[in-house]
Design a protein around this ligand. Structure first.
Ligand SMILES: [Zn+2]
Length: 306
């Protein structure tokens, strides 16, 4: 059976029921007064699907209020198709492809893609490397830094620093204006537990960061060393594997990206990586985890930088 044959991808009432069951597991909640007691489903032929009324504050509402779906005229079943496609495509799903697959306009597809990416921002601030776990850190360079002259090396490219928590398998990536001892140490301090073990390559900007956590191991790529001979756990192969998926996606699917949107693309790749098959999370569960992130992520055309 096709994954996309489930009723919530085709029937609008089933789509609403699906979203409601995930956003309101205990039943409808009034977005205005928080009431749960005196809520009724509005009936009648002319009534919109999923319209409720709170008889405590007399407000009508749907499950879309306060989510990325708010004020969108796109049918919920198409939102769910888009979420599934983006959640299950390892290298991403371009908005142009979304436009062709769903039959929505290019502008709508672009906007949906950005909203869905926003829902993939987990807001998870819990430190990596808790209880002395290993965290790999590495940086990569991509595209073009706005206004930078093209030169040798990565100087003219946008800079990304990623952390991978080997224990939980999570990825967390940051757009960096500068990569140096100070900025890298700030990221490590904000995102890693003090008892963590940091593992990096030999780049000097990791030295100061390494002193802010319990332990720092470095592998010397310059000397052709990819796994430390003294300690086989000292390598950055995991984070490099993550970068390889990110780069193949950015190059093959998204092709170009403005710096103002780069953090959203990173959130997308972080999300899929942190919810990947190897961690026991299949496509349906990944799409559901994405759906859980739609709350509180309203994004207007203005904040999307359209
Ligand atoms: Zn109310």
């Amino acid at each position: 059976m096709s994954a996309l044959s489930a009723p919530h991808f085709h029937n609008e009432e089933a789509a609403y029921a699906y979203v409601e069951s995930r956003i309101w597991p205990e039943g409808p909640v009034c977005p205005k007064c928080g009431g749960v007691e005196r809520i009724g489903l509005m009936g009648g032929k002319s009534t919109r699907i999923g319209l409720y009324k709170c008889y405590q504050c007399r407000s009508p509402f749907t499950v879309k209020i306060g989510t990325i779906f708010e004020a969108s005229h796109v049918p919920m079943r198409l939102w769910l198709q888009a979420i599934y496609l983006i959640a299950s495509s390892k290298k991403g799903f371009s908005s142009n492809q979304l436009h062709r697959t769903l039959g929505v306009t290019q502008k709508t597809a672009w906007f949906m893609s950005h909203r869905i990416r926003e829902a993939m921002r987990t807001g998870d601030l819990s430190p990596f490397g808790a209880e002395g776990g290993v965290v790999e850190a590495d940086e990569t360079y991509i595209g073009r830094e706005p206004g930078a002259p093209v030169g040798k090396g990565g100087a003219h490219k946008m800079k990304v620093l990623s952390l991978i928590d080997r224990e939980t398998g999570r990825a967390r990536s940051m757009v960096m204006d500068q990569v140096n001892s100070k900025t890298v140490a700030a990221v490590v301090t904000e995102n890693m537990a003090v008892e963590a073990r940091l593992v990096t390559d030999e780049a000097t900007w990791y030295l100061r960061a390494g002193k802010t956590v319990a332990n720092h191991g470095a592998v010397n790529h310059g000397k052709g060393e990819y796994v430390s001979r003294c300690d086989r756990t000292i390598h950055t192969n995991t984070v490099e594997g993550f970068f390889s998926i990110f780069k193949r996606g950015m190059k093959g699917v998204y092709q170009q990206c403005d710096k103002k949107h780069l953090h959203r693309y990173l959130a997308e790749f972080d999300f899929r990586y942190s919810n990947r098959m190897a961690l026991g999370i299949g496509d349906v569960a990944r799409a559901d985890n994405l759906l859980a992130g739609v709350v509180g992520k309203r994004l207007t055309y203005e904040t999307a930088g359209a």
